[in-house]
Design a protein around this ligand. Structure first.
Ligand SMILES: *Cc1c(COP(=O)(O)O)cnc(C)c1O
Length: 350
């Protein structure tokens, strides 16, 4: 059949999300969901949710939720936009700031959705390779990013889990001639974050998601904070009712429970510390993680074999083929029991 598609769409491969398999006794550590349930306040909000009100459209601006988020980060409502997952925020971002004349710059390896979104816009992609093994930023990052209109720094990075020095981030914001977007999907598990830079610089946007630290991947909620003019432009291109009533109500309840969030992240970080230590004792190379997963290379440096061996034991992790990542697997931090199961499997395999 002849193709009726725009050439940009024909050229896309399409983003492939991590699999959501149905296997008995599955240990699912492939898509960085939280090991723990969401705040009990979410359960209460769900029980109290007035189902009759679903007859009405939701608030298109999600004002109550945005006000609560703004209050937390010391900004105004006009500095906050919410989306149907942070993937929705990314869609708005690419619609606003990329085109055939306005390329994207991003890291490599990083979240592989970005190049796909760029292709939809017909925009070029400048991939900036991270240093081998350490996955640190190259010294010439700004040189390489030159000409791009949008620079995405994923911090902590995925799938590598490491972060980058704050001073370098500030320098990038100061010197880059375009929008700097920090994808902070994992920032709640990290020692620091770039929210202050979003307040300080006119060209900076920071995004967060409820999918990881808030244990709400199934709900679909994310948000971004930045200069009011940039945020206003993003409002122009968003779906009118991108957040349903239930998401706005449950998201508010989850966000409002700061204490639960902090406790939950502390638990994940403690498990991450212990798991990383055990991996090293087994001869694994472990990239220091600031996220709720670890990127690790087995003693034989064969990521694919590791992935397959685990899979045959109903443990699903993520493997990324390609020269930069093939020695590694990415393992989500699960419960202590799940981590013990992974370590037991590794003792058998290696
Ligand atoms: C998980 C993830 C997202 C997407 O989050 P959603 O809110 O579930 O859409 C965005 N960026 C990175 C780097 C992620 O790992």
């Amino acid at each position: 059949m002849k193709s009726y598609f725009r050439i940009e769409i024909d050229r896309m491969e399409g983003y492939v999300p991590g699999e959501q398999p149905r296997i008995d006794n599955l240990c699912k550590l492939n898509t960085n969901e939280n090991a723990f349930p969401p705040s009990p306040r979410v359960k209460r909000a769900l029980a109290e949710f007035e189902w009759e009100r679903l007859r009405r459209y939701p608030d298109p601006l999600a004002d109550a939720l945005r006000d609560r988020i703004a209050q937390e980060f010391g900004v105004g409502r006009a500095n906050v936009i919410a989306g149907n997952g942070s993937d929705d925020i990314l869609t708005m971002l690419f619609r606003c700031f990329t085109s055939p004349e306005l390329p994207l710059a991003c890291l490599f390896p990083t979240y592989s959705l970005y190049p796909e979104l760029a292709k939809m816009q017909g925009a070029g992609v400048i991939e900036i390779p991270l240093e081998p093994e350490t996955f640190a930023l190259p010294d010439d990052l700004l040189e390489r990013a030159k000409g791009a209109n949008l620079l995405i720094i994923t911090r902590p990075n995925a799938p590598t889990g490491n972060s980058f020095p704050m001073e370098t981030m500030r320098e990038i914001c100061r010197k880059f001639d375009g929008v700097v977007f920090f994808d902070e999907a994992y920032a709640d598990f990290a020692d620091d974050n770039c929210m202050g830079l979003a307040r300080e610089f006119d060209n900076v946007i920071v995004s967060r998601t409820f999918s990881k630290s808030y244990s709400l991947a199934g709900l679909r909620l994310g948000f971004a904070v930045g200069n009011a003019e940039l945020i206003a432009g993003m409002f122009k291109v968003k779906d009118s009712y991108n957040l349903d009533r239930m998401t706005q109500a449950l998201g508010f309840a989850a966000f409002d429970d700061r204490e639960y969030l902090a406790e939950c992240c502390e638990k994940v970080k403690a498990i991450r510390r212990e798991f990383s230590k055990e991996l090293k004792a087994l001869g694994f190379r472990v990239v220091p993680s600031q996220a709720n997963f670890v990127f690790t290379s087995p003693p034989d440096r064969d990521g694919e074999r590791c992935f397959k061996e685990l899979r045959s034991r109903a443990i699903i992790v993520r493997y990324f083929r390609g020269a930069a990542t093939r020695e590694y697997v990415r393992i989500t931090i699960g419960t202590p029991e799940e981590m013990a199961r992974v370590l037991a499997a590794f003792r058998e395999i290696y």
